[in-house]
Design a protein around this ligand. Structure first.
Ligand code: VG1
Ligand code: CO
Length: 560
């Protein structure tokens, strides 16, 4: 039977503008009549002529509304001329798994159903983002195009009667208006696990994890926070690497993450931190809802800042078979990320790039063969094996480094600092503030710091004095396609290299979240406490920005 395509009239919704990583709104917003349909239609149309006959990957982190949205995408894709969809079973695919699948299958792209680290459930957030054929998040020009279509949309196309059960793995073919259309429901983890086995030496890691090589098993606590990584964690750490059941927790992906806030940081992964703090583990790790973020802690909950994590992995890259085989190209970090990796890059004679916040800015450099490892301070670490950050990859990289050095995490860090010095780093998040005062604050601060008289000014606090070397609103020209991204965050750099960075989040679903980043380098004094070392600069940042006055907040919601 041939299924027919229906043209459905619609009107634009305001605000369907993708942020740092896709469109994120409350579930209640996405489930309004035609809201999701409009946005998906815009994504499909933004692909232009390439869409006809294409293959797309569809999947998400399993949060509330994922399955319904995946089924809707099947009906919209069929109507818009897509030939084939690869859909994760039950709509489940981690963000790194989508990226890997797009590349492996040479698909035109993928639609990722996630609001990442934002809470899930009927009262919380949903999100949709598009990844292009390189496997990476759509660049600004592409998302601007999607947005433009959403502002003008008059109709979408749907094959209303196409019924598909995405809970079962298998291939189903349809005839849509005389053309074949195939849906392949795939095992959510198989391709990703195969990919990890190509990158790392699983046999060696298994001997290390099980204790066969060392005489004692590695004591791990891997917390999937009820996000999508649960299924991947079980297959990789339990089935392939032979870890014991007690090494993993919260491994069932749940639509509301079981009430957890799947953001792997010291605040929201408190359960992990408190448990590992008791001293029974060698490594603790957690991921976010869609599995692209990671937090690494060592024995007694020794915290590894993501900026340091990136630098350490860079230093030991050659312990990983993938890099032995493919070589080590340049490194990169987002602008607010502390510059620890730059020091490793300099020592190894590699190019180092500083890009705006958001993984989409790394893609061109990777495609051009200039970048093999990158990271963000927001618990993002990854390599050019895909075009997304990759939480499980990061843990496998850390276990490889532990195996290679035979050392614990704290010792690895202390050794690293003794060679390179230490970048003390902290981030303060002020979540869900009122938008208008935050915009006023940013505008006022931008005016103040870009006034030529600002350079050379001195600020003192806690017995320390910092002199302004330069200050701007960060803008970036992509070295490959020369595209320009402006207004990427206010930045004050002091003469000793310390930095204050302030920007507004682009991933929240309501209100404004202010992020304040503080970074200070010490060559010798590497064993201090970050909160103490950075206190003077934090006070100076609050003074310059007048944050308490504008936001009414005296303390951040999250400190990293
Ligand atoms: C945040 C992080 C950024 C990250 C982005 C997406 O963006 O700061 O580094 O790339 O989230 O991560 P923002 O605009 O809120 O600061 V994920 O894991 O939520 O897709
Ligand atoms: Co994420």
């Amino acid at each position: 039977m041939s299924l027919s395509v229906e043209i459905v009239a619609t009107t634009p919704y305001e605000g369907q503008k993708p942020g740092t990583s896709g469109l994120r709104k409350k579930v209640k917003v996405f489930t309004q009549a035609n809201y999701t349909e409009n946005f998906v239609q815009a994504i499909l149309e933004a692909n232009g002529a390439a869409l006809a006959g294409s293959t797309l990957v569809v999947g998400g982190d399993g949060r509330y509304y994922c399955k319904e949205a995946a089924e809707l995408i099947v009906r919209l894709s069929a109507a818009n001329g897509v030939s084939k969809l690869l859909v994760g079973q039950n709509g489940i695919l981690s963000t790194p798994a989508v990226s890997s699948l797009i590349r492996h299958n040479k698909a035109l792209g993928g639609i990722v159903l996630t609001a990442s680290h934002n809470p899930g459930g009927p009262e919380n957030d949903f999100g949709i983002k598009f990844n292009c054929e390189n496997g990476g998040p759509a660049p600004d020009a592409f998302t601007n195009h999607i947005y433009k279509i959403t502002t003008e949309i008059k109709q979408y196309k749907l094959v209303r009667n196409l019924q598909i059960d995405i809970s079962k793995v298998g291939v189903t073919s349809f005839d849509v208006a005389g053309k074949p259309f195939t849906v392949e429901v795939i095992d959510s983890v198989a391709n990703y696990v195969r990919h990890m086995e190509e990158i790392f030496d699983f046999a060696k890691l298994k001997d290390f994890v099980s204790g066969k090589a060392t005489g004692k098993p590695l004591k791990m606590r891997i917390d999937a926070m009820n996000g999508v990584t649960g299924s991947y964690v079980r297959e990789i750490f339990l089935n392939r690497l032979g870890a014991s059941e007690s090494s993993v927790v919260h491994t069932t992906p749940l639509p509301d993450f079981g009430g957890l806030h799947p953001d792997p940081n010291l605040t929201y992964a408190k359960d992990l931190v408190d448990t590992v703090a008791q001293g029974d583990y060698d490594i603790g790790a957690a991921f976010d809802g869609d599995g692209d973020r990671n937090m690494i802690i060592g024995s007694k909950a020794f915290f590894v800042t993501p900026s340091d994590s990136l630098a350490v992995i860079a230093h030991y890259l050659e312990a990983i078979p993938y890099f032995q085989k493919n070589g080590v190209q340049g490194f990169a970090r987002s602008m607010p990320t502390a510059s620890a990796v730059d020091l490793v890059g300099r020592k190894l004679g590699k190019e180092v790039f500083e890009v705006p916040t958001g993984w989409k800015y790394f893609g061109n450099l990777m495609d051009a063969g200039r970048l093999c490892l990158c990271g963000e301070e927001s618990f993002g670490t990854g390599s050019n094996h895909i075009r997304e950050k990759d939480g499980i990859w990061a843990v496998l990289a850390w276990i490889s480094v532990m195996q290679h050095t035979g050392k614990g995490i704290e010792d690895i860090l202390k050794q690293h600092w003794s060679v390179y010095g230490r970048n003390y780093f902290t981030r303060y998040d002020y979540e869900e503030c009122a938008s208008d005062p935050c915009n006023d604050m940013m505008n006022t601060m931008e005016k103040a710091i870009t006034d030529p008289a600002f350079v050379g000014k001195s600020y003192s606090s806690g017995g320390k004095t910092y002199k302004v070397k330069e200050a701007d609103n960060f803008s970036y020209t992509d070295p490959v396609d020369k595209s320009v991204a402006t207004k990427q965050g206010l930045r004050i750099v002091f003469e000793d290299g310390s930095r204050i960075v302030m920007r507004l989040s682009g991933t929240g679903s309501s209100g404004a979240t202010v992020r304040l980043y503080i970074d200070s380098y010490e060559k010798e004094n590497v064993l201090g406490q970050a909160s103490v070392m950075l206190k003077p600069l934090i006070d100076i940042a609050l003074e310059i920005s007048q944050l308490p006055k504008f936001t009414g907040r005296n303390a951040p919601t999250v400190i990293t």
